[in-house]
Design a binder for this molecule. Sequence first.
Ligand code: ZN
Length: 501
Amino acid sequence: MPLLGSAIGCRYRCAMPRTFVSARRPARSGWSMVAGSVALPAFASGLAAPGAVAAPPTVHSVCDISHEFTFYLDGRFHRQYLADHGRDARNWGTLHKLDLSNSNLLVLVGGNDRVPYAEASAEHVADFVERDGGTLLLMIDGGDPMPPGETVARRFGAMPTTDRARPPLKGMAEVPEETEIEFRGGTVLALEDPTAWTVLVEDAGGRPVLAARRAGAGHVIVGSRGLFGQKPDASDPINASWVTPMLVGRAEQKPIDPKLRHRSTSAERSRQVGPLTLEFHEGTEKFAEAIHEVYKEVRPHLVAITGVEPSPGMITSMLMLPTGGGGFSSGRRIAIGAWWGDYPKRRYPMIELIAHEAGHSWVLPHPEPLWNEPIATWLGIETGRRLGFPEAEATIARQIAKAKRHDPSLDAIDPTAPDAHRDVVWGKCYFVFEELERSHGPGAMAKYFQAKRRLVPADRPSYSMDDAVAVWSAAVGEDLFPWFRSLAFDVDRSRTDLATP
Ligand SMILES: [Zn+2]
């Protein structure tokens, strides 16, 4: 499932900031992200969204990511449909505790059955709509089992079904009939009292795919997730021509005070375990213990593999993320997809993921050039190898084999070239780490990390591939520039001021 989208260039769709050491403290739930080498626009979810709102905004939206986290809902939905009209905040905490008094649009998704919508949350949403005049958008498709958002849909008399909508879809009522409706697929709705609803989009069989109704003082819009964008780089604003007015026209009917800050809400629960703060909300609390256990198991191996402790000030908190789609890291805080790799049924993927995300906190304050993501995964694989998981060895072998399909002797393609295939980059990086261990081990990676800490001060402005090869050379006591060049890496000792043996 392309949960976090192909734009995130990491096998975990992990994202970590390149600007960690900048004076800007990462907002409590605001993450600058790097996708491959392409920096996604930074956003600050702890603050009002920096949309280019000309007039005072009329919409204060909240995208809920407490039931299912996606990078898309974490800011991109707003950019695609609401940026000209409003500010957005995200809800990371327990939904029924969320203060919606100065918000007029709530965006929910069907979610994952591991994190149900509590009855109290469905009632809180109903109050927001019926009593306070807010607008709810619920993007949901039926499935087996039904996603937990069904609880909210039913509260308003809409039932997702498992019947697939048949294209072409047709606009109804306020959605002009001649509009070409873009659709990524999804299911149709059953409506308890069809006369209460206005169907906005129907399928070729005349069945509702998106419908709206008044509910008390407010509005409810329920329909297929496939009518809206999904890409983490916000490059697919499908149906914006009618989605934006559909949302704004309704939301505006509940006035908000644009002078009051519109802030995101964090996961409100936490538990201190030694130096680490575990962060969760009522629905994700149940994952915290098991995930912390994995971290405790992994941590000593990371120290052994790298020969150093995490960089000072790093990895102080661990956020339970309601997703199977991966994790991310700001160095200080790591966020772990609670059911990544079908955990707890399978353990190896979670060990690799946690070691990967934690590994970034060893790498910082200077992210690695080129292999920032591969080195983190290699740390995860090496941890798995030390713990005796056969999957670890297989993962390395598979990736190196993939690289050899493009570059059979691994001596032809420069992995630092902008157009180098992902498989070449990852496979070659693994090959380098494995070879250095074979020729300069045991503990070659520890020698590298120790040398990096010794030779590269935290305030150094940059850290290039040439710098990294110089550090590797110092670590193993041999000039490795010729060897890296023999593997087609474009590196040059004259481009670094770090001394080489
Ligand atoms: Zn990563």
